[in-house]
Ligand binder design. Structure first.
Ligand SMILES: Cc1ncc(COP(=O)(O)O)c(C=O)c1O
Length: 472
């Protein structure tokens, strides 16, 4: 059971106070840390006395905040283990309407789209294809040949000649990243990651014993990535692995410029770093071209989650054939291959993907433009970057109140992930990721009005403690 130290929790809590009672604000912020994954369900909270000392509060206040969490079902006392924080059973989202969760909440914690229509047709065809596989044993550690061929064909068409032997089919991109981390990292290895970046990838690196080294990315700037920070991070830490999202980076939507790609490849080669590019969002070019692949010695991760449907749970790794065999050989302790039927569905979809993407991009453009226009009208004080693609806006807020805003938006029916979840060490309290995957009607009628109400309750009026920061 992971244990949070008082100092560690105090750091994660950040600037948690608001104008209301401390016990409520503290309980709310701890609950948010749990809901957006910054604190793992099942973690043991520090003793009341220790947390009180770390936060400069009375023990009674901390005890009252813990009691509040107990009442809402987020905290339980375990004999001999103190207070354990956990998600109550009722908050787990079940099968739902697109982007809504039971209770009618709009779920913007996931940057996703509903399934592309082709998935339904492909599923019917794949049911027939499955018959040919039934006499076999069905354990597909490398992937079914038809899908490996289809994935290889797409890389070849993009200018990176690829053989089916260079493709390993996985259970989505997250599984691919986790597998790469588990197989290629040793405890203490440095892993270069982007900040802000994709939190589950950072968690996977940490879970494998890696130590993240962050390189900054800025939304809405031509370069996005800080080139000098790359030079510095490679030279200083000689990372074992670098994990990057060069095409419509999650959450900033940035696209890595061609000269920086070349530079990063050179740096990785020079420092013996395994370069992993996650192209999960790469096809989501709302405007401009789809970014090209990296050179053949880069490990590419791909997924159907954004282009077709998250529910397929199909992704892949493109690497040299020896690496692919090595990775497949190391799957067994965790799982024994990817389901055959879903692979056959994707094998049917991929030859039609270019047509699917034309519709997908047009839809994303409508949704991005609707959200951007509504925000400009309703919340002109927010700095909303123009993003060329991806699925989210990385909004710069005028006050460091992202966590409070996420909590307030929840009360108004919209689930959001606060900015700090995307940072390596809890930064980004001034940022909010706003996915535009919901339909334009929902964005207009529900999401933006909820944001306006939440903003007026939290960030619009900077609390006294924050106003004192600038004394003139
Ligand atoms: C960059 C990135 N990698 C991986 C994933 C997870 O992909 P999958 O659903 O295929 O596991 C996501 C999902 O949002 C993502 O944005």
């Amino acid at each position: 059971m992971p244990t949070l130290s008082a100092a560690g929790l105090a750091q994660l809590l950040g600037d948690w106070r608001d104008d209301g009672p401390a016990l409520r604000a503290l309980a709310d912020r701890i609950r948010l840390l749990l809901l957006d994954g910054r604190v793992l369900s099942g973690a043991r909270l520090p003793a009341e006395r220790e947390l009180a000392a770390a936060l400069g509060l009375s023990r009674t206040t901390v005890a009252a905040a813990y009691a509040r969490l107990r009442d809402s079902g987020h905290l339980r006392s375990v004999r001999g283990s103190g207070s354990v924080i956990a998600l109550p059973a009722t908050t787990a989202p079940g099968p739902a309407e697109p982007l809504t969760v039971p209770g009618g909440l709009v779920d913007l914690t996931r940057a996703v789209l509903p399934a592309a229509p082709v998935v339904a047709d492909a599923a019917r065809e794949a049911a027939e294809d499955l018959l040919a596989h039934l006499p076999g044993d069905g354990y597909e550690l490398l992937g079914v040949p038809a899908l490996r061929e289809a994935v290889a064909g797409r890389y070849t068409a993009r200018g990176l000649p690829t053989a089916p032997e260079e493709v390993l089919v996985t259970l989505g991109a997250q599984h691919a990243v986790g597998l790469l981390c588990r197989v290629f990292l040793s405890p203490g290895d440095r892993v270069l990651v982007e900040s802000p970046g994709y939190p589950h990838a950072v968690d996977a690196a940490r879970g494998a014993g890696g130590r993240p080294v962050a390189v900054p990315v800025t939304a809405g700037t031509p370069g996005g990535w800080d080139a000098e920070a790359f030079e510095d991070a490679f030279a200083r830490t000689r990372p074992a692995l670098a994990y990057l999202m060069p095409g419509f980076q999650n959450p900033t939507g940035a696209v890595m410029p061609a000269d920086l790609r070349r530079r990063v490849v050179e740096l990785a080669r020079r420092h013996g770093t395994r370069l992993v590019v996650d192209e999960t969002t790469n096809d989501l070019a709302v405007e401009g071209p789809v970014p090209p692949p990296f050179p053949a010695d880069t490990v590419h991760v791909g997924s159907t989650a954004k282009s077709l449907w998250g529910g397929l749970r199909i992704g892949w790794i493109r690497a040299d054939a020896a690496t692919v065999r090595h990775l497949a050989a190391h799957r067994a302790p965790w799982e024994l291959g990817t389901p055959v039927l879903e692979q056959l569905v994707v094998a049917r979809c991929l030859p039609r993907l270019d047509d699917v993407l034309v519709d997908r991009r047009a839809e994303l453009r409508r949704r991005r433009d609707a959200l951007t226009a509504e925000l400009a009208a309703a919340l002109p004080e927010w700095d909303v970057p123009h993003v060329p693609g991806g699925l989210a806006l990385w909004v710069h807020l005028p006050t460091a109140t992202s966590s409070a805003l996420a909590l307030a938006a929840h009360r108004h029916g919209v689930l959001l992930t606060a900015g700090p979840r995307f940072g390596v060490d809890g930064a980004f309290e001034r940022y909010l990721r706003l996915p535009f995957g919901a339909d334009a009607g929902t964005l207009r009628a529900v999401v933006v009005p909820a944001l306006v109400r939440a903003w007026h309750e939290t960030g619009a009026v900077a609390p006294v403690a924050r106003r004192l920061e600038v004394i003139v």
